[in-house]
Design a protein around this ligand. Structure first.
Ligand SMILES: Nc1nc2c(ncn2[C@@H]2O[C@H](COP(=O)(O)OP(=O)(O)OP(=O)(O)O)[C@@H](O)[C@H]2O)c(=O)[nH]1
Ligand SMILES: [Mg+2]
Length: 464
C-alpha cells in the first residue's frame, strides 16, 4: 500500500439518491480536482478557502467545455481533515452515472482508486484517530442497536483511547522511575514497594473494569444471540411471534411445524435480541426433521441466552429432560408456556431439574385469547444483560482484539505485582511493566503489528 499518492473513491452508496460524494485525499488532491472542477466566481479551486462549500461546475477531464454536473465542492487542507492530508470532497447529484464519471475523470488525472478503508487508515497513520477509534467507525456503521450505536459514537471521540493512554502513562511512569533509580542509584531513590503496589492496584482495577464491560459492549454492538428451544408443539414459534408482535413464524397444532430455523431481530429496552426459533427437539422422526433438530442443538452451542419453552399443561416428557440436560451450563430462562390452561407442572418442579438456579417465567401465547407474561420476560432479559441501565458516559470495549490486548496487559500487571510481593529484583518487574505498556499500545494501535492493523481495515468499505 502506497502512502503518499492521492486516492479517490465514491463515499456514498451506489445508485439513485439525493447526492453522491466523491472524496480525494493526498498531496495532489487539489491539483487533480482543479482539472475538472471550476467554482463559480473568480477563484480557482486551488484558491478556495479551506472547509467551505462552494458551488461549482464539473467538467469532463478531457473536454474542458463539456459539463457533467453542478456540485458543491469543499477543500479541506492538511492537517485539518479526516485523513490529515489535503482532501477535496465533491458533492454531486446522486445517480449511477454522475459520480462514476467524475471519479473516472479524477483517476485519469492522476488519482488512484482507494482501497477499502484507506481513508480511515491514513487517518490512523497520521494520528487523526487511534485503532480503537477506527474500529468504532466500523461499529457505528454496522450498528444494529441503539446502545451499540451510542457506545461506538462515544468510542469514536477517543474516550476509550484516552482511558487506555492514561493507564499506559501510569505504567510507563513506574517503569521510568525504576529504570532511573537503577541507572542513578546515588541520585534517584528506588520507589517503595507500597507505593508501587498502590499504583499497580489502581491500574489493575481499571483494566478489570474494562474487561468486565466486554460482554456488555459486545451485546450492545451485536445484540443477544437468543435461541428458543423446546420439544415440538410447546409454543416456541408462538413465543417468537409474541416477542416480535407479528405473525412471523407458522404456528399450528401439529408437532414438528418448524423445520428450519427462523431468525429475527427484536429490540428490548435498547438492546437487540437476535432471536432464533428452532425445530422442536424430539427422538427419531424423518430426515428433514432430524436435520432441523441438529440445527437446534448447534444453535444452543453458540447462543448467549436460551429460552427453554415447556408446556405447563402437560407432564414433562423424556424429551424435556434431555433438552434440560443439553442446556446445562448455558444461560437459560425457562418459559412455562400455556399458563392459560390448567397447570400440571409448577415453577418449583421445573427448578428441581436444574443443578443451577434458573429463572422461570410463566407465559401464555394462545392463537386466540390473551397473551400474557411477555413484558415480564422482556424485563428479565433486559436486566440480565444490561443490568438495569447503561451509564451514558461510560465506554465499553466491544471486540476481541481489544479484549485480548487488555488480558495481556492484566497478566503482565498481575505478574509485576507478584514480583514486588516476593521481593524479586526490580529488573524483572521492569520487564513486566514494559509488557503491560506494549499491550496497552496494542489497543490504541501504538505498538501493534501490521497484520492486526490490516485485519481491522479489511472490514471497511471503499470510500471510508
Ligand atoms: N392454549 C394455548 N395454546 C398455545 C399457547 N402457545 C401456543 N399454543 C398453541 O400450541 C400449538 C403449537 O404452537 P407452536 O407455536 O407452533 O409450537 P412450536 O413449539 O413452535 O411447535 P413446533 O414448531 O412444531 O416445534 C398451536 O396450536 C398454538 O396455537 C398458549 O400459551 N396457550
Ligand atoms: Mg414452531
Amino acid at each position: 500500500m502506497k502512502l503518499n499518492d492521492t486516492i479517490a473513491a465514491i463515499a456514498t452508496p451506489r445508485g439513485a439518491g439525493g447526492i453522491a460524494i466523491i472524496r480525494l485525499s493526498g498531496t495532489d488532491a487539489e491539483k487533480i480536482a482543479n482539472v475538472m472542477v471550476k467554482p463559480y466566481g473568480r477563484k480557482k479551486l486551488v484558491e478556495l478557502e479551506s472547509h467551505k462549500l462552494t458551488l461549482s461546475r464539473v467538467f469532463a477531464y478531457d473536454k474542458s467545455d463539456y459539463m457533467i454536473d453542478e456540485a458543491l465542492v469543499a477543500v479541506m487542507r492538511a492537517p485539518k481533515s479526516y485523513t490529515g492530508e489535503d482532501v477535496v470532497e465533491i458533492n454531486c447529484h446522486g445517480g449511477y452515472l454522475v459520480a462514476d464519471k467524475i471519479l473516472n475523470g479524477l483517476l485519469q488525472c492522476g488519482a488512484r482508486l482507494a482501497e477499502a478503508g484507506e481513508f480511515t487508515r491514513r487517518a490512523f497513520i497520521n494520528g487523526k484517530t487511534d485503532l480503537s477509534g477506527a474500529e468504532a467507525v466500523i461499529d457505528l456503521m454496522e450498528s444494529a442497536t441503539e446502545e451499540g450505536l451510542h457506545n461506538a459514537a462515544v468510542s469514536l471521540t477517543g474516550v476509550l483511547a484516552d482511558k487506555i493512554k492514561a493507564l499506559r502513562e501510569k505504567t510507563l511512569n513506574i517503569a521510568a522511575n525504576i529504570s532511573a533509580a537503577a541507572d542513578y542509584p546515588d541520585e534517584v531513590d528506588m520507589p517503595e514497594s507500597d507505593e508501587l503496589l498502590s499504583v499497580i492496584d489502581a491500574v489493575q482495577t481499571q483494566i478489570d473494569e474494562l474487561l468486565n464491560g466486554f460482554n456488555k459492549g459486545r451485546i450492545m454492538r451485536d445484540g443477544v444471540r437468543t435461541v428458543i428451544v423446546g420439544r415440538p408443539n410447546v409454543g416456541k414459534s408462538s413465543l417468537l411471534n409474541a416477542l416480535l408482535r407479528a405473525e412471523r413464524a407458522i404456528v399450528t397444532d401439529i408437532p414438528g411445524t418448524t423445520r428450519d430455523t427462523i431468525e429475527e431481530l427484536v429490540s428490548i429496552g435498547g438492546i437487540a435480541l437476535r432471536l432464533t426459533d428452532t425445530a422442536g427437539i424430539r427422538e427419531g422422526k424423518d430426515e428433514a426433521e432430524k436435520i432441523g433438530i441438529e440445527k437446534s442443538k448447534e444453535n444452543i452451542e453458540v447462543s448467549d441466552l436460551c429460552l427453554f419453552v415447556l408446556d405447563s399443561s402437560e407432564e414433562m416428557t423424556n424429551d424435556d429432560y434431555d433438552i434440560a440436560k443439553a442446556l446445562n451450563g448455558k444461560k437459560t430462562i425457562v418459559v412455562l408456556n400455556k399458563c392459560d390452561k390448567k397447570p400440571v407442572i409448577s415453577k418449583e418442579k421445573v427448578k428441581e431439574i436444574f443443578t443451577t438456579d434458573v429463572t422461570v417465567v410463566e407465559t401464555a401465547t394462545p392463537k386466540k385469547g390473551e397473551t400474557s407474561g411477555i413484558e415480564n420476560l422482556e424485563e428479565i432479559i433486559s436486566d440480565m444483560f444490561i443490568g438495569g441501565e447503561i451509564k451514558p458516559d461510560e465506554v465499553y470495549i466491544s471486540n476481541e482484539r481489544q479484549r485480548d490486548a487488555l488480558i495481556k496487559a492484566r497478566d503482565a500487571i498481575t505478574h509485576s505485582r507478584e514480583c514486588i510481593q516476593s521481593g524479586l529484583p526490580y529488573d524483572l518487574l521492569f520487564i513486566d511493566l514494559e509488557d503491560a505498556v506494549s499491550a496497552f499500545g496494542e489497543v490504541t494501535g501504538e505498538t501493534v503489528q501490521e497484520e492486526i492493523v490490516n485485519n481491522v481495515f479489511e472490514r471497511f468499505c471503499v470510500g471510508k
